[in-house]
Design a protein around this ligand. Structure first.
Ligand SMILES: [Fe+2]
Ligand SMILES: [Fe+2]
Length: 304
């Protein structure tokens, strides 16, 4: 992919949603065999210092930088709550899970069609790797649905309100969040109610009570919450919550259930982040397997 400046469309600073994910792979490089991916890698090589660590910001594409600027400026606590009210009634559509994957696949952006994955291909790559590793059926299915919330983009939502690593709104920002400086432009950073350690929350309240920045994770969690086991639901809801699952931040807001579920969110992350560069899956050939898997857990149509 060539490096291009951001477009003038504030809804679409990225050429493709993949650009954000490519950036995350730079920040969190794939661990070598035997290493645990728990801690963030320091810069591009283990011997790099904290200052050099910040190079991932300096080296980010202009499109990615602009994406984070918009995300951190606009994702206020009130915005996050308003989007919940707007979308979580699930009153927009009724469709089956495979149908939703095909619907999402209409999302074509300016990325290179020869080298980049379609949305459906990313879902199938994630789920097929889970299947090859002998993971339980609910987890394979979780992999298949995990990014279906990106259909928010098809309904006109800006990229910065659909993807990006998520963070709690309504309390102090961790400096381990990517591009922390961009929070200076967020009106919440000047609201003292939102800038204490616990903010509007109480110590140990549990993540369910915390309004993370709005995006595709929270949305798909609500779509699926009646149908998948709790472990899968945590994977859906928190797969972009890197400040928690990779940076070990915000433990003071977690309860026992969150602490027990964290390991599943971490189990899932490599499948999402590192299975993107291999061969393209054959959606047509795989469809019967997934249709059957979907029927095992979901009704024919669900609400979106
Ligand atoms: Fe995602
Ligand atoms: Fe993903």
């Amino acid at each position: 992919m060539s490096i291009t400046p951001p477009t003038n469309d504030p809804n679409k600073p990225l050429q493709s949603l993949e650009e954000w994910e490519d950036f995350m792979k730079v920040r969190y490089p794939e661990p070598k065999d035997g290493e645990t991916p728990k801690k963030p890698a320091v810069g591009y090589a283990p011997e790099k210092t904290e200052t050099e660590f910040r190079n991932y910001e300096a080296d980010a594409r202009p499109t990615v930088r602009e994406f984070y600027r918009l995300n951190h400026t606009n994702q206020t606590h009130e915005f996050s709550l308003a989007k919940r009210r707007e979308f979580l009634g699930l009153k927009r559509m009724t469709m089956g899970v495979w149908e939703a994957a095909e619907y999402l696949n209409q999302l074509v952006d300016d990325s290179d069609p020869d080298t980049d994955m379609s949305q459906l291909e990313h879902l199938l790559q994630t789920s097929e790797q889970l299947r090859r590793d002998g993971r339980p059926r609910w987890m394979v299915l979780t992999g298949f649905v995990h990014d279906l919330g990106k259909i928010l983009c098809l309904w006109g939502e800006p990229q910065w309100a659909v993807v990006g690593d998520t963070f709690p709104t309504g309390c102090a920002y961790s400096d381990k969040i990517v591009f922390p400086k961009f929070f200076e432009a967020n009106p919440d950073s000047r609201d003292p109610r939102y800038q204490t350690r616990n903010g509007v929350y109480t110590e140990g309240c549990g993540l369910d009570a915390v309004a993370l920045s709005w995006g595709h994770d929270e949305y798909i969690y609500h779509v699926c919450k009646e149908y998948l086991p709790m472990e899968g639901l945590y994977m859906l809801r928190y797969h972009s919550f890197y400040p928690w699952h990779r940076e070990e931040q915000y433990g003071h807001l977690c309860n026992d259930q969150d602490r027990a579920m964290l390991k599943w969110v971490r189990e899932f992350n490599p499948y999402d982040l590192y299975t993107k560069s291999h061969t393209k899956p054959d959606a047509k050939a795989l469809r019967p397997y997934y249709e059957e898997l979907i029927r095992e857990f979901f009704p024919e149509k669900i609400r979106w």
